[in-house]
Design a protein around this ligand. Sequence first.
Ligand code: B12
Ligand code: SF4
Length: 405
Amino acid sequence: MARDTHATGADHKGAPDSIDTMAKVLLIHPGLGRIRGFDGLSRVEPLGIECVAGALRGHELRLVDMRLRDGRARLDEIVADFRPEVCALSCSFTTSVSATVAVAGHLRPLLPAATIVVGGMHPSVCPRDFACSGIDVVVKGEGEETIRDLVDTLESGGDLREVPGVVLNTEEGQVFTRRRPLAAHLDTLPLPRRDLAPSQHADYCFNFWRPFALVETARGCPHRCSFCSVWRFFRGRTRVKSVDRVLEELASVRADHILFTDDNFLTDVERSREIALRLLDAGIRKTFSFQARADTLAAHPEIIDIWVQAGLGNVFVGFEAVTEEQLAALRKASGLGKPSRRSPPCDGTRSCPSPGLSSSIPLSPGRISPACASTYSTTASRTLSSACSPRCPAPGSSGKGARSS
Ligand code: B12
Ligand code: SF4
């Protein structure tokens, strides 16, 4: 069988051809196998497993996104035809846990000898949710270096207990291996393997934007909001890709509409300005969306003007509260727990002139408190679109009711 010689990421350090044999790896984004509900409106490319695939250069790969039409049937076809030795499932949303466990349970009898691995945001913070017979290994944290180490170790018959950053499901229970350090520099990570699902890319959309792609320019956030799991997932560190690397990735994406996956894209305002200016210089014309804090928008209205010129179409802002007291209670005020000395956060909505500003408003279930009602009415009246969801503490956060292991 021919070695996978696809050149994507070949020049990106960190994916050496260190193995002599190759494994057959099936990358799976679990789903119900039909497009339903929220997935009909927003269905973004499975960037997490595309990144994991990028790190598996030298192995034979297939990818199936089960959220798309006939997902279950396509999974079964590939399993029958390809007979993977490793199945790698991605589960970033807590709401996808049961679908992920069900897919693993479906695969187990079909592939009794295969190693079934799960990774993503939820398994990283709650590996116990995957302590089931269908799953062999849970990967904690960012996946690129761990999956390569894991698959190489499996291929060479080594001991998985020596692979840092994993949880092994054994008959005696879950065995945690030692912690893996975060990737030293994001520029060393291989490029995501977007080519593995070429025919599917037209299916990715965000509302009316289609085809739609994701680009990651940074990981982590310097803030410490109590309800948020991002800073814990990235161990309190913020790492960014160089502007050159970001431009390289952007130039390689064919979709016209792009969402930056960074949880706080304007963490370094100067860097984001440079990206916008370089896009303008390079003549890359696309529609961009990103997530930012209201206080940064309020403090830097000029950054929005530059980004509008570069193609900004949408900014997501989370409005968990609107008064300084409420924000301080959530540790969202700037200054790590101290009330902000800058403008009140809601001024961010006023100072955002032309692009659509979308707000995400978590509301406490049950009786709507006056604080919730004021958050809702203030943000809904000042933003183009607002999405409300019940406040539920993200696993891995320190929000009341959240859990992790
Ligand atoms: C794109 C995105 C969206 C999009 C698309 C959602 C969709 N359903 O398709 C939009 C904007 C619509 C959205 C909405 C929401 N989102 Co959102 N979203 C993201 C975002 C910003 C990017 C995801 C991404 O591609 N990341 C980049 C890739 C590279 O990272 P990754 O997937 O984590 O993969 C890495 C590792 O996890 C690991 N890995 C992943 N899979 C695998 C598999 C294997 C085998 C291995 C080894 C490793 C591995 O390796 C990868 C590379 O290092 C993340 C935040 C983030 N930074 O990830 C939040 C995030 C996923 N969203 C989150 C939330 C809470 C929401 C909302 C509920 C917000 C709200 N209140 O309305 C809604 C719900 C949407 C829904 N029901 O589907 C949370 C999920 C928390 C949780 N535990 O469930 C996240 C993590 C942000 C956060 N911490 O708050 N979201
Ligand atoms: S909610 Fe936003 S600003 Fe707060 S820690 Fe999370 S990503 Fe950072």
